[in-house]
Design a protein around this ligand. Structure first.
Ligand code: PHE
Length: 530
């Protein structure tokens, strides 16, 4: 109200430090008062009642030591004071001086008093040699105390600041003029049009608060998909648009038979060691697998068959029946392939088979359909399958390894597929994930031959990083299932975590999974990565 009334009377306020706040007797010179005025200015500004300009000022305050000098004089003056004029009394020894003015004052004051020619030595003692002095320091500090600054200038102020007698402080004051909505009535504008205003007609004379069309709404609190789920969804879409069907992968617990034996992984293979695989203690053993298939698998392991000489090592039933947390989703792929081969084995086909096979259609056109060229239908149906799910490995946990992670796996079954098909397929697949540069390196898997590691060029790391593992499944695995000899199955696997970390720039896996995950990071992470 003071601001509005002053503006009404004199149309502008050049300097808000001249305002006298009601209840005070002196103008609002202090910073605290200016800050209070600023609050009022901003409130009036938001209603366009005024406009104002900010002016910066620098002023100075005394330190505790500076304030003491104003009271008691400078150190050098106090030393001078404590001494007799030369020839008019016994010189004061340094010890006596310290006793008289204190250690600190004596120490600092002596030097300055000597320099100014105020005091001198006589024998072992000190005496005044200037009969009169002017305590400039005290006078300057006195001036700063009452005006906030010093007329004699910057250099002296700088010196006083160096001596830690004054400190600089920055302040603000304001120049105010009338705004487009200026009035002396400081009533808050209405924010609502009420029934009362309408019936009484008071709306005609009320001022309303303007709508702020620039205002941003309060952020809504919604759930957010975890980056792993987002990337999983995108990879799943890549598979779906390439004509793949999703495999059921809900059983985390598998038998050694499906995780390893059916894949022709030797029973003595190091991957089956306790160090790599989590085995169940209760129950320990799986139900017996289908006898016919089980017998063929154990035969091929122990004695060979289908052109293979096998591992020629004794077969252990217990090893095959041990229950474990699956170490790869290839355990599920194996079961799906076994199911896919049911028609080839002449078994009745499950009702859901059509969901994942491509009927009589071959993905490469190589499928031979009954009647087409006179050959009998051997029951094989081409299939493209994928899964993205969790696997478990007994790993030492560090920045890039956890004991559980997600595997992305693709499997393609068709007649006469070649390694070139696999390579071509993966180029397309990784390209869709935004990885344009891929290379293949010969590798070893017990269940695929040939096998290839897949490397992608990482532009940020500026080097090739391994992104996946792949291969052509071995005949020792496919033929016992009942697939015809010309059917080839290729597959590949990669982790979901690796591309997610690369895409989201995460370098410690523990910030991606576990208690260190930031909820805010999840809410704010971009939706589409590829
Ligand atoms: N199971 C393999 C792994 O865990 C991936 C893979 C799947 C390799 C299919 C070849 C074929 O790394």
């Amino acid at each position: 109200q003071l601001i509005l009334d002053t503006l009404d009377a004199q149309s502008t306020i050049k300097d808000t430090r001249t305002l006298v706040i009601p209840g005070n007797t002196t103008p609002a010179a202090s910073q605290d008062e200016q800050i209070a005025i600023l609050g009022a200015l901003n409130s009036l500004l938001s209603r366009d009642m005024i406009s104002y300009q900010t002016n910066e000022i620098v002023s100075y305050d005394l330190t505790a030591e500076g304030a003491q000098i104003v009271e008691q004089g400078s150190n050098e003056a106090r030393v001078w004071q404590a001494l007799p004029l030369k020839g008019q009394g016994a010189p004061v020894t340094p010890v006596q001086l310290k006793k008289a003015v204190g250690d600190d004052v004596a120490k600092v004051g002596q030097g300055r008093a000597f320099k100014s020619g105020w005091i001198g030595k006589e024998g072992d003692g000190l005496v005044k040699i200037a009969p009169e002095i002017v305590d400039v320091t005290q006078n300057d500090l006195q001036e700063i105390k009452s005006t906030g600054t010093l007329k004699s200038g910057e250099k002296v102020i700088a010196d006083l600041r160096k001596r830690k007698l004054v400190v600089q402080k920055k302040g603000q004051w304001f120049s105010v003029s009338k705004g487009s909505n200026f009035s002396t009535s400081n009533a808050k504008p209405e924010t609502d049009l009420t029934v009362d205003m309408l019936t009484s007609g008071s709306w005609k004379t009320s001022t309303f608060k303007k709508y702020n069309f620039e205002a941003e709404g309060i952020p809504t609190n919604g759930g957010g998909l975890h980056p792993l789920l987002k990337v999983r969804e995108e990879i799943r879409n890549i598979f779906l648009e390439m004509g793949f069907a999703e495999m059921p992968t809900s059983s985390f617990v598998e038998s050694g038979f499906w995780c390893f034996d059916a894949l022709f992984v030797p029973q003595q293979h190091p991957a089956r060691d306790l160090q790599d695989t989590f085995y169940l203690s209760d129950p320990v053993k799986s139900l017996p697998p289908k006898k016919e298939y089980y017998d063929i698998v154990s035969q091929v392991h122990e004695h060979g068959g289908f052109g293979s000489m096998g591992y020629r090592a004794p077969w252990v039933d217990d090893e095959s029946r041990r229950l474990l947390l699956r170490t790869h989703t290839t355990a599920s792929s194996a079961q799906m392939l076994y199911k896919l081969a049911a028609r080839c084995r002449g078994e009745p086909v499950d009702g859901d088979e059509g969901e994942f096979t491509h009927g009589a259609q071959s993905t490469t056109g190589a499928d031979k359909v009954e009647g087409q060229d006179g050959k009998k239908d051997d029951g094989f149906r081409a299939a493209k399958l994928f899964s993205i799910d969790r696997v478990f490995r007994n790993e030492t946990m560090d920045a890039t390894h956890l004991a559980e992670f997600h595997q992305v796996e693709g499997v393609v079954a068709d007649r006469n597929l070649t390694l070139a098909d696999l390579i071509g397929f993966m180029r397309v697949f990784f390209n869709k994930m935004g990885i344009e540069n891929v290379r293949f390196k010969p590798a070893y898997n017990p269940y695929t031959e040939p096998s290839m590691e897949i490397f992608a060029f990482h532009p940020m790391l500026n080097r090739w990083v391994e992104v996946g593992n792949s291969g052509m499944f071995r005949p020792e695995m496919l033929e016992p299932m009942g697939f015809p000899k010309d059917v080839r199955v290729h597959g590949w696997g990669l982790s979901l975590e690796r591309p997610t970390m690369i895409r989201y720039g995460i370098n410690n896996i523990r910030t991606l999974v576990g208690h260190k995950v930031s909820i805010e990071g999840i809410e704010n992470s971009p939706a589409v990565m590829f």
